[in-house]
Ligand binder design. Structure first.
Ligand code: ATP
Length: 629
């Protein structure tokens, strides 16, 4: 995957840590400071050890035991204090570590959700954007804990190595340089070997699954019967053999490679150690070094070599997780519109541009007009283009919905019906032109009050896998516990029998003991959810798509009740419904092709008439000779 340098792994990690630190400064500071202190404490610890060794290897000389002990107590106290501090810091580290990772994961998930809520719907519906949101969400939910774990493990090892490097450098800068060189070389070799092994393991997981499938297929009675009959059994077994043998060979190669790398690393490390000791012995001869220094340097170098091996693990894992880290950080840092190129601005983006970075909210706070009582809606020269699309989906739409009118919106697949519905509900903003409510531009209306004035049941209706009551009551949470209102809405949506009259019966597959519903039953609940809202405008997008003829007829009966006193726009491919609307609007290729009552459009032998006859033909008695459409 190509990653921009703006979002390198290191920068992404720093941005993530900064976000966490901003939200939890104390906890995050402790979390970061502890590994640093653990590393730094190595320096006084080793210094005290050297002093103690030098004291005793220097011989008692003319000193009495009491004098020796008086000199020794200081380094002993330092060694004990360092050991106690290190163990206390390790305990503190464990405590902050688990608390911080849980909270950081929750915090970033909440930030991803908060950002998703503010994204314009038309942007959210773009496949690329939605995928990124999904990946960022997944990274925040399941990977973040692991990412932070690896990040902090790496930090701990780095600080520990830094402490050991300081110990060696203080002993002699030449030894420090040798250690830095040997450490870098052995770490690089180990990391490369680790990455190769990880990639191979991933590949082998796929081929392992394939090999398992082939092996189990070869012993399944149904497969055995068929393969014997066709004489293909040996072919299947040969295939399994080839896949398995390839995996065994690759694994053997990888193991041999790892062993070879291990030998090289050991050779480099032994050479480094040898060079350091020779150098120190030479210095000792010159009288500048003590036995204590030699022992301490020897210990520090061996400890640092161990770190070079352990560091390959978190670095390798972070590298593999880098795509997810980048997704998460980019999602959190970039405004959604930056993905859209020139000429891809949505209405919301334009508004932001007009009013500055906080444009959307500023404009929203400006839009405070109360929606009028009448609810006369006018589309005035509306054009709409999806972000990234070269052509508008809707063009030059002039449409008026009079208060209390029922309008059917019909047209072929992809004509733009659902898009028009979303503009009508204020979910999208026109790219040009305007939609008004009693003469006021939608953008000037108070969002909350506007939402209260509209209701809808969508083609892609939602299934709330909780209770029947929730499925209806989510339309009006304040009426959720008002049984009468919920039942009334269910009657209007033709859903009164769902759940056997028990509003609290659980539905769906998620909870134990719940009952799964059919597509039609879910759709009737969605219509009931729309019906519970006393909205002036009701929009039904394909309300009968999942209904059988009997339930469709029942819904039609309650439809009259449902539409009383409201402006209704419904979209339906079943033109039998359209004939009862006050007006039919036909969309073709994103433009209004014709408009009128059923009778007028039929009389005009319009494109609606052709569609209607095409559908009616299926229901005609063939012998009745009504003919083909
Ligand atoms: N989120 C989207 N992003 C980009 N293009 C879209 C998006 N949604 C729909 N379109 C495109 O807009 C056009 C109109 O789609 P729309 O869903 O409004 O049609 P429709 O008349 O409701 O179709 P159908 O009867 O099949 O439901 C189609 O060409 C479709 O590909």
């Amino acid at each position: 995957m190509k990653r921009s340098s703006r979002y390198s792994l290191g920068r992404c990690m720093m941005l993530l840590v900064y976000r966490i630190w901003r939200a939890m400064p104390v906890l995050a500071s402790v979390w970061l400071a502890v590994p640093l202190l653990l590393g730094l404490l190595l320096v006084p610890g080793f210094a005290a050890q050297r002093e103690l060794i030098d004291l005793f290897t220097g011989g008692i000389g003319g000193k009495s035991w009491t004098e020796m002990l008086a000199l020794a107590w200081q380094p002993v106290v330092v060694i004990a204090a360092v050991a106690m501090l290190r163990s206390s810091l390790s305990a503190l580290d464990q405590m902050t570590d688990s608390g911080l990772k849980d909270r950081a994961s929750m915090l970033l998930q909440a930030e991803v959700h908060a950002k998703a809520v503010g994204v314009p719907l038309e942007r959210m519906e773009q496949a690329g954007y939605y995928d990124r949101l999904d990946r960022a969400n997944q990274a925040a939910r399941s990977e973040l804990f692991d990412i932070l774990q690896n990040g902090i493990a790496l930090l701990r090892l780095l600080f520990e190595f830094a402490g050991l490097l300081v110990v060696c450098w203080l002993a002699d800068p030449v030894v420090g340089v040798i250690l830095a060189f040997v450490f870098t070389v052995s770490f690089a070799i180990r990391l490369e070997a680790d990455m190769v092994k990880r990639r191979l393991n991933r590949e082998l997981t796929f081929s392992g699954r394939y090999s398992d499938y082939l092996r189990s297929a070869a012993v399944q009675p149904a497969t055995v019967k068929e393969l014997r009959l066709f004489g293909s059994m040996s072919y299947l077994i040969g295939k399994w053999h080839a896949v398995t043998e390839q995996a065994v060979t690759l694994r053997g190669d990888a193991n041999r490679r790892e062993i070879r790398h291990g030998i090289v690393v050991s050779a480099v490390q032994i050479a480094g150690l040898f060079a350091s000791i020779v150098w120190l012995v030479l210095q000792m001869k010159a009288g500048t070094f003590t036995a204590g220094t030699l022992v301490v340097v020897f210990q520090a170098m061996r400890q640092a070599y161990g770190i070079s091996g352990r560091m390959a693990w978190p670095v390798g894992k972070l590298y593999l997780q880098s795509a997810k880290i980048t997704d998460l950080v980019r999602y959190l840092h970039e405004p959604p519109e930056t993905e859209a190129g020139a000429g891809e601005r949505t209405g919301a983006a334009e508004r932001r541009e007009r009013y500055g970075p906080d444009g959307a909210s500023a404009a929203e706070s400006r839009s405070s007009q109360v929606p009028g009582e009448e609810g006369c809606i006018v589309f005035d020269q509306v054009e709409f283009r999806y972000p990234g699309a070269s052509q508008p989906v809707l063009r030059n739409i002039r449409l008026e919905l009079k208060p209390g009118e029922t309008v059917a919106l019909v047209g072929g697949n992809g004509a733009g019906k659902s898009t028009l519905v979303r503009l009508l509900l204020g979910l999208y903003e026109p790219t040009s032109g305007q939609v008004t409510w009693d003469g006021t531009d939608y953008r000037e209306l108070d969002r909350e009050l506007f939402r209260e004035s509209v209701s809808a049941a969508f083609q892609d209706y939602v299934r709330y896998e909780t209770t029947v009551r929730d499925n209806v009551g989510f339309g009006r949470p304040d009426l959720l516990n008002d049984d009468d209102s919920v039942r009334l809405a269910m009657r209007a949506g033709g859903a009164e029998r769902i759940g056997g009259g028990d509003l609290d019966s659980r539905v769906g597959l998620v909870t134990e003991g719940a009952r799964e519903l059919s597509g039609g039953q879910w759709q009737r609940l969605a219509i009931s959810r729309a019906a519970i809202r006393p909205a002036r405008l009701l929009v039904l997008d394909e309300p009968t798509a999942a209904l059988d003829p009997q339930h469709e007829q029942e819904l039609y009966r309650s439809f009259r009740e449902l539409s009383r006193g409201r402006t209704v726009l419904f979209v339906s491919h079943r033109l039998g419904w359209a004939r009862y609307a006050d007006r039919i609007v036909v969309l073709r290729d994103g433009a209004i092709a014709e408009e009128g009552t059923h009778e007028a459009l039929m009389a005009a032998d319009s494109c609606y008439a052709a569609m209607f006859r095409a559908q009616a033909w299926w229901y005609c008695d063939e012998r009745g000779g009504k003919g083909q459409p």
